[in-house]
Write a protein that binds this ligand. Structure first.
Ligand code: AQP
Length: 351
């Protein structure tokens, strides 16, 4: 079985991009994998240290995981700060990774903006912590949206450098595992984790601007559909979504150069579990005045039950805390095993 890990930051309302790009995949992967899903609260303080509602947002993301269908008994759901081994491994990875690698990350450039000297050191080291989140469980697969691809590549670079730098020690301690790298079989401690970025909605765009990613931090609420939006708000946002005056094309090639139309078709495909081709087979030649209400109905049909269940769960914060505590204990046991080996590999005294 593969070991799947992924995380979501408690930085605001979850939106359709987070759902289609990540959470829905988390749910689908449960049947045939062991899964660890984490609310990455330590990541959320990299951009803004003081969050008045960090605790309630952490519970809200947990509620979204459960409401979407993640089973916290079969799998592991917890918040990152409960397992200090994430931060410990991140520190070691800060010493493995190079500053140049971090400086090249587009998310850092976007989030730090022009005033880079004033960005937190944590924002620069964010990918190091993300690599630690994944590798402290030696996870083999990570479902994420397209925007996280570069961070996953960096995770592989860190794993590879650690494996190379300590290859003799890993072999001496008998801690290596065989893995396939292209045509070569290598022996390493950390796996070279594979990203799982597939399907029609790996990069859901803003409803107001087809060139910008749908994001929690966009100041315009009309730019995104929040998982907790009421049916009327979902319909209004889709109705107001930016489009062009043309009808929908019959073929996918006809979406080229039409980012807003492409985005709405992708959202429909993601929600209905169809391909873009199949959506256009159904709606090709139709005007947006026909397509948008159909999309709104579909979005309400898929999202309303999740919102209802989230509300029910949020009314019982003690239950959510129990889930996180139990998940934290189980995650911590695995993470400590890895860290015990890592400390031995590096030569840190611990016994
Ligand atoms: N627009 C998107 N389309 C598809 N997938 C997306 N994800 C985020 N936005 C989209 C995926 O959701 C998961 C959790 O994201 P996150 O909360 O950890 O971080 P983020 O990417 O920073 O999310 P936001 O909403 O864009 O927040 P801000 O506004 O703070 O930057 C990840 O797997 C991500 O790929």
């Amino acid at each position: 079985r593969q070991l799947v890990f992924s995380g979501v930051q408690p930085t605001g309302n979850l939106h359709l991009g987070n759902y289609l790009g990540a959470i829905r995949k988390f749910v689908a992967l449960q049947d045939s994998n062991d899964c660890i899903y984490c609310v990455v609260d330590l990541h959320s303080i990299t951009a803004q240290l003081v969050h008045e509602d960090l605790a309630s947002q952490t519970r809200s993301i947990t509620a979204a995981f459960l409401a979407a269908g993640i089973d916290p008994k079969q799998h592991i759901v917890f918040n990152q700060a409960r397992v200090p081994q994430h931060a410990e491994l991140a520190w070691i990875f800060n010493c493995v990774a190079r500053i140049g690698w971090m400086n090249r990350m587009t998310q850092f450039k976007d989030k730090a903006g022009k005033d880079r000297e004033n960005a937190s050191l944590g924002l620069l080291a964010y990918p190091s912590l993300m690599a630690a989140d994944i590798l402290v469980y030696r996870a083999t697969h990570v479902p994420v949206g397209e925007d996280q691809k570069q961070h996953l590549e960096l995770t592989r670079d860190i794993a590879q450098k650690f494996n190379n730098d300590f290859s003799a020690r890993i072999a001496e301690l008998g801690l290596g595992v065989e893995m396939q790298m292209g045509d070569e079989t290598v022996n390493g401690f950390f796996p070279l984790t594979e990203p799982l970025i597939g399907g029609p909605a790996t990069r859901v765009m803003s409803l107001r601007d087809g060139s910008k990613k749908m994001s929690k931090s966009d100041p315009s609420d009309l730019s995104r559909i929040n998982l907790t939006d009421a049916a009327a708000a979902i319909s209004k946002k889709i109705k107001k979504a930016k489009t062009d005056p043309e009808a929908l094309p019959g073929e996918v090639e006809g979406l080229e150069g039409r980012p807003e139309a492409d985005n709405l078709v992708g959202i429909y495909a993601g929600l209905a579990d169809m391909t873009r081709e199949a959506v256009l087979k159904e709606f090709g030649g139709q005007q947006f005045s026909v397509f948008k209400p159909a999309l709104a109905d579909l979005a309400v049909h898929k999202l309303a039950p999740i919102a209802g269940e989230m509300r029910r769960l949020m009314a019982d914060p003690q239950y959510i805390d129990t889930v996180l505590r139990d998940g934290g204990e189980r995650a911590g046991a695995i993470a400590e095993q890895t860290m015990h080996s890592v400390r031995d590999i590096i030569g840190l005294l611990q016994n």
